[in-house]
Ligand binder design. Structure first.
Ligand code: FEO
Length: 407
């Protein structure tokens, strides 16, 4: 039997429990595309009613923890329903084993989820396809389903419990954040919002128009939301509006007087220019974040770019082109489809140039506006060249401020 303090930490409402897993040590997600410096959680929820219902499962490596957590409340064989809001293996890896231990469980999810589960795990479970507006009665409570394709996979779905006013949106509103507290009022809120922004920037940014449309559709429907229980990180019970409003802000490609400088340097001259540019922007009252690409987490850089009006990109020249890691980074950034941003390019070259032109072309290819002529220098920048670089950056700061003033 669990101790009272532990039950308090996992109880969302009477007879609704968190039964997931905390992955304190994972440092990379989606292969190596997402750095999870603060770990993550795989959230699963158990509703005890006339029908015992599990909402989502966990990563395969944490199956035993899920089973033990459920057994602390109810025997596994008592599970009647399993709602699968999303097929990805961090939420379904434990399902094939669980289905052996909970033989009467019937699954509910989207059509694509059914299709994907069968192909992923070569299983044919008892699976009921559900669509938006369909309701599953559990007893005193019910679950209403909302299809949410591409938030963030085609199979994604939200479940909503109207009697308790809890939204279970799976990945949406989540954070890769391993904590001992399960709720937004029991964890460090700076870390929480930092991870929520990182999650949005690195997973949902390219899907922003769909995110905004889905949130506005849910808000317009008038369903009251007192709690949001995502599949990663903490549960929003104190202030669910905070994360909803943040999603609307990020989803609308909002940006502020902030510039992110990212550079890759061979012999330190491009780094020197980056430092001059940062000084000029700070002198202009602009918030600046500066990253040496090879010393920084790309996940963190993308998170900072999410709400920055300006992108300043620099590279030394190598083989008449930008350095290879910068080329890879800009390809990654292109995939996030940032809109309405201003760019400024810079770099040092040796016997021949090429990097700055390549960066310009890349930024233009995904719609970044370049209002100020790029700055490049041969070998080491002289005092005069440093002054010119500073002045170009001051001009860029003015353009950033002007554009935001007109909005
Ligand atoms: Fe957390 Fe899309 O899986």
């Amino acid at each position: 039997m669990y101790k009272d303090t532990f039950m308090e930490n996992i109880r969302l409402k009477e007879n609704i429990f968190w039964v997931g897993a905390i992955d304190w040590n994972v440092r990379n997600f989606h292969g190596h595309t997402y750095a999870t410096e603060r770990g993550t959680t795989y959230n699963a929820y158990l509703i005890i009613d006339d029908k015992v219902t599990l909402i989502d499962a966990v990563h395969k490596d944490f199956s035993q923890g899920l089973f033990d957590n459920i057994r602390g409340i109810v025997p596994l064989e008592k599970i009647d329903y399993i709602v699968v809001n999303h097929l990805e293996p961090d939420h379904t890896g434990s399902l094939p084993e669980l289905l052996k231990l909970a033989p009467k469980a019937k699954l509910y999810g989207s059509f694509k989820c059914k299709e994907g589960l069968e192909k992923y795990y070569f299983i044919k479970p008892d699976f009921q396809v559900v669509r938006t507006g369909e309701v599953l009665k559990l007893g005193k409570r019910s679950l209403s389903f909302i299809e949410a394709p591409m938030l963030h996979w085609p199979d994604s779905m939200f479940s909503y419990c109207p009697e308790e006013k809890i939204l279970f949106p799976n990945d949406a509103f989540g954070q890769h954040l391993a904590t001992s507290g399960r709720f937004d009022d029991t964890v460090d809120n700076c870390a929480l919002m930092d991870e929520a922004a990182k999650y949005y920037g690195n997973i949902l940014w390219p899907l922003s128009s769909l995110v905004v449309r889905k949130i506005e559709q849910v808000l317009k429907s008038g369903i009251p939301i007192e709690m949001i229980a995502p599949s990663h990180g903490v549960i929003w019970r104190k202030d669910p509006a905070k994360i909803i409003n943040s999603y609307l802000y990020w989803g609308k490609n909002s940006s502020k007087e902030k510039v992110v400088i990212v550079y890759e340097t061979m012999w330190g001259n491009t780094a020197k220019l980056a430092s001059v540019i940062a000084g000029a922007l700070m002198d202009s009252g602009i918030e600046v974040k500066l990253f040496d690409l090879n010393a920084s987490s790309r996940t963190q850089i993308i998170k900072e770019m999410l709400d920055a009006k300006g992108f300043v990109i620099g590279s030394s020249t190598h083989d008449n082109d930008m350095l290879a890691n910068m080329a890879g980074f800009l390809e990654l950034l292109k995939g996030f489809a940032p809109r309405e941003r201003l760019g400024f390019c810079f770099g040092s070259y040796g016997w021949a140039g090429g990097a700055v032109e390549s960066i310009e072309n890349k930024l233009k290819s995904f719609g970044v506006n370049l209002p100020v002529e790029s700055f490049s220098v041969k070998f080491t920048p002289s005092q005069e060249e440093i002054k010119s670089c500073y002045e170009a950056a001051i001009q860029f700061a003015k353009e950033v401020k002007n554009v935001l003033r007109k909005m």
